[in-house]
Design a binder for this molecule. Structure first.
Ligand code: ADE
Length: 226
């Protein structure tokens, strides 16, 4: 899978993809992440990519030309399945969306700044608008990093234990059960006996029950598919 990220702050996206699973995904040739500095594509002087908004009001808007020039160039080079715009007024990102995106071949992600991008780009180029939560970040980069991470780890061959993504929270609509490691007794706090019993059926049943309880207590809406 290839993901092209359009940003005015490429430095912000260096670290999130240089460690752990994203590094592994890249090293194994399963994920290619290419960041593009939008300022390199502006026809305006001094790398200008934003301007005052028509109609007045505080805050700058990202101009359409640099975005269109760069997206046209990319789309001439290969077919993209989606042009995604990270924005707080987009559709809320969830595991289902991550699963769907992990099946795509080429994605473009646009990171907004200031008041956002000129709406004509949203109307004529963007195919999907994603929010990572009901709060406003200072730019789309951190949100894009969240999406790339959630999608990248699902690519076959990225996780060491191929099956483990199947047991993530949300994959079956339930939160994950509690987990424990050594020591079996820590400060007198013992690991539940069932996890030490060696009977996989009993352990699975216990984990499922715990998942159900956690989901009921913490996120009951998930059980009603809200
Ligand atoms: N850009 C700014 N805030 C955002 C959010 N919550 N989700 C996605 N992109 C954003």
């Amino acid at each position: 899978m290839r993901i092209d990220i359009i940003t005015v702050l490429p430095e912000l996206l260096e670290s999130p993809f240089s460690h752990s699973m994203m590094k592994r995904a890249k090293d194994r040739g399963l994920l290619e992440i290419v960041t593009h500095n939008l300022r390199d594509y502006t026809p305006y002087k001094q790398g200008q990519v934003d301007d005052y908004q028509f109609g007045g009001g505080a805050g700058m808007v990202m101009m359409p030309e640099p975005l269109a020039i760069l997206i046209d160039k990319l789309q001439a080079e290969r077919n993209y399945n989606e042009v995604i715009y990270m924005t707080p007024d987009g559709t809320l990102f969830d595991q289902k969306t991550a699963n769907g995106l992990s099946l795509k071949e080429n994605l473009i992600i646009i990171c907004g700044h200031y008041k956002g991008i000129d709406d004509r780009i949203r109307q004529h180029y963007v195919t999907r608008e994603i929010s990572i939560g009901d709060y406003v970040l200072s730019g789309g980069e951190l949100a894009a990093a969240v999406v790339v991470d959630a999608v990248g780890r699902l690519l076959p061959g990225v996780l060491n234990d191929e099956t483990s993504a199947l047991f993530d929270s949300f994959q079956d609509g339930l939160l994950a059960p509690p987990v424990y490691t050594r020591p079996a007794d820590f400060r007198g706090w013992a690991v539940p006996d069932v996890l030490l019993c060696g009977d996989p059926k009993k352990i699975d049943a216990w984990r499922y029950e715990q998942s159900l309880q956690r989901t009921k207590q913490r996120r009951p809406g998930l059980l009603n598919d809200e």
